[in-house]
Design a protein around this ligand. Sequence first.
Ligand SMILES: Cc1cc2nc3c(=O)[nH]c(=O)nc-3n(C[C@H](O)[C@H](O)[C@H](O)COP(=O)(O)OP(=O)(O)OC[C@H]3O[C@@H](n4cnc5c(N)ncnc54)[C@H](O)[C@@H]3O)c2cc1C
Length: 304
Amino acid sequence: MEDVIVVGGSFAGLSAAMYLARARRRLLVADSGHPRNRYSVRSHGVLALDGREGSEILRSARAQLLEYSTGDLADARVERVIRREHPLSFEVSTSEGQRFASRRLILATGLVDQRPGIPGLEERWGKSVFHCPYCDGYEFGGAPIGVLATVPLSVHFAEIVADWGDVTLFTNGSIAVDAAGRAGLRRRGVRLEEGVVTALEGGSNGGLELVRLEGGGTVPIRALFIATLFQQAAPFAQDLGCELTEHPRGPLVRTDESKRTTVDGVYAAGDMARPTHSIPSAIADGATAGTSAHQSLVVETTDP
Ligand SMILES: Cc1cc2nc3c(=O)[nH]c(=O)nc-3n(C[C@H](O)[C@H](O)[C@H](O)COP(=O)(O)OP(=O)(O)OC[C@H]3O[C@@H](n4cnc5c(N)ncnc54)[C@H](O)[C@@H]3O)c2cc1C
């Protein structure tokens, strides 16, 4: 029996695992190898690792974890998680039929972006179409930048992105902008384009040159930002009865400051349980979840 199983071994999961391994606890990380940023090569804004390849950061973290004698990795897709009481324990089954058991469970399975089905968008995701200006805006500083609306909050998002370049907000028929919204956009120098976007075109190796509109009009654009709608990548939090919160962009797992979910013994870390998404935040959440899970094991073994 492991002390802790971590489902999802990317930035949040490996960080949780590192804390547990350093606390000399037996742990297993099960991971299916699809981190959310796998579409882009370089990761930005990660202290001391700015511009490094995301896959390289994860490779190095996995190797460091395996140097601890109590840490283990399973490259596997988890299919089912069962929680038992008296004593509290978890059984995790993978698609290849392996079964593992633990006393605590950390979920770090991330989110899946629901990208709009606009021709030319998919092949540019992570190259010239992004979700986060803090991660990928700097490289396009001062250039013509688009924001593609998905939810009313996209108006505010466009006001923020205006710090990175010359911004056009494409409503694409998905939101209506009221007078206050228009005034805010004018104040930030953001142009409003209310036509339907029919295609993204141009550039090589995933680059972008223009946004094409219904009726044939085009707008020159070098990078497009989308506050994507998202889904939970895995159903385990819901299956176990953990409470979810409805963020305007999708469901998130509710946790307290210690990354405890509403179900005893279950922790959630990284994008799946927070409204803002970045590698540094996922790493921080993982460290918190790892610490909390460890301390709950200590309390259990010292209870009379
Ligand atoms: C295109 C793009 C570019 C980005 N660039 C940056 C950047 O430059 N800087 C930055 O700070 N952030 C960036 N981000 C955000 C960053 O990718 C996320 O914030 C970060 O990956 C969240 O880490 P996580 O561990 O919570 O989830 P993820 O990295 O999504 O990892 C979840 C892990 O769980 C695994 N998993 C899911 N289901 C199962 C299952 N059933 N069984 C086993 N394993 C499972 C997945 O395979 C995956 O490995 C970018 C995001 C995108 C989309």
